[in-house]
Design a protein around this ligand. Sequence first.
Ligand code: ATP
Ligand code: MG
Length: 588
Amino acid sequence: MDTSPIIHKTADDWRVEPNLVDYEAECRSFSWDAIGRELTGLPSGVVNIAWHAVDRHAVDGAGERIAFRFLAADTPGRPVSYAQLRTQTNRFCNALRALGVGKADRLFILSGRIPELYIGLLGALKNGTVVCPLFSAFGPEPIATRVNLGTGTVLLTTDALYARKIAKWRDRMPSLKHVLLVAEDGGTTSEPGTLDVASLLRSASDLCEITPTTAEDIALLHFTSGTTGTPKGAVHVHGAVATHWATGKYALDLHATDIYWCTADPGWVTGTSYGTIAPLLHGVTSVVDQEEFDAERWYGILRNERVSVWYTAPTAIRMLMKAGADTAKRYPLTQLRFIASVGEPLNPEAVWWGKEVLGLPIHDNWWQTETGGIMIANTPAFDIKPGSMGRPLPGIEAAIVRHREDGGVEVINEPNMQGELALKRGWPSMFRGYLNNEERYRKCFVGDWYLTGDLAERDADGYYWFVGRADDVIKSAGHLIGPFEVESALMEHPAVAEAGVIGMPDPIIGERVKAFVSLNQGFEPTEALRMELLAHARTRLGAAVAPKEIAFQEQLPRTRSGKIMRRLLKARELGLPEGDTSTLEGGT
Ligand code: ATP
Ligand code: MG
């Protein structure tokens, strides 16, 4: 495998002229006001995510274009045009109005990736109603906790999910006034105490004036992934639409001619910002698959749907790598032109794998539930340094900061120094609060800086390198060790599919590095392999940083958004309470 550090880009790499060609010039000339001026069409002062995402295309004469193609196992794809989406979201908005649901209300959505999820989300935004999409796999407890924390007044779900997860627990969610049900068989429902969505939509008018929301009106609630602790509810506003638009343009290179697939569920912020809003803003056709990951299915979708831009997560890439290059070769992806990934560090190995096996490098980018949109990215405009998250997007000012004893922070200007990743406050999609936790929100800001809780370095060329979450960093014999560096080194070994690294308390050196490793197909968890991996890590990292112990595990605990839960590896190892496991994949 080629391990040269940079993937140089040339004009031949692009099949369409990228949106961003001169990174430095764009950063210099960029202003959020100018982006605001591009998002025209509404009366002055009115900003509404759903209007820009959906209705504007009808005004622009692009209503016949396909907005979504909904895929499910064993059924033909279901196309929905922008004009149809407009009608359906108008109807949903009117249905809410008929129920007396307004701006102060909050709609929680609990469903698989079915059309009604998207119709409900966008229709409610038109009504000024705040929306909170949840993972459909959540059990009753995490659902109730979130609905109560967000004072949900309306719940949109399906008849089957209602019967399994809500009916018996409904009185534990006293703020809920209405429950709207979609019949999973496509018919109608008549569950007592609920309303049937199909009937509501049928009887609602398809004409609707949006509620005039402003940039500062709350639009969305998103819970964080719960990787480091109890998920926090981040509050987002309609003005975020400017970031969704700009980042879709720069970081995902969306063109109106694209067929785009974001594999994230809207229960995770990525599936809303980039699985719903950003692609619609750019008038692209989005593929939405209701099924879960399956290597053959995913390759089949990329090929058959002629996907041109694909946004996915490192865990999916690693699973495709695990499935082997031979599987990939059976699916020539001639239309694919841009791949991006988010959610976790993307190990350099995976970036090279993309280039070699799929013919395209993978563009890692970084952001958080709190930032509402992509902040740092590998864009089409510059070379990729595999293992780096890229550079701050135009309009985003990032820095590495050091904490001072007086409680302030100072920017570290020298390159290659570790510190906390900070963002200059004021980008439009910045969260405006944590639900019921004003103090924690306030603590995220020091002066002009929003502190991300992630440790990183910036190199002399302005590329950012993820070191680890402040909570996960290991302090061993005077060294600060980021788990990502150790995990990446382990994943370079052909036997290793995934690795999770934690610090184990040690009376002498403070913490000792321990790695949990899952293996690729064809490798057995033998003592000989363990010794080989320990030696491999020592050669790559040096004795001070290399793990002292390696344990094999068939699967590492992950969040539903695909992040390794190191805190759980640690709790289990030390016999400590597991804490909040509501977002654990496979849990309920
Ligand atoms: P919680 O805040 O509840 O612990 P979480 O931080 O995982 O969960 P998200 O907001 O979904 O919740 O994830 C954002 C975090 O994911 C970032 O702060 C960072 O730690 C990690 N992350 C996202 N993208 C990348 C990336 N490209 N490289 C490295 N880490 C990333
Ligand atoms: Mg977080």
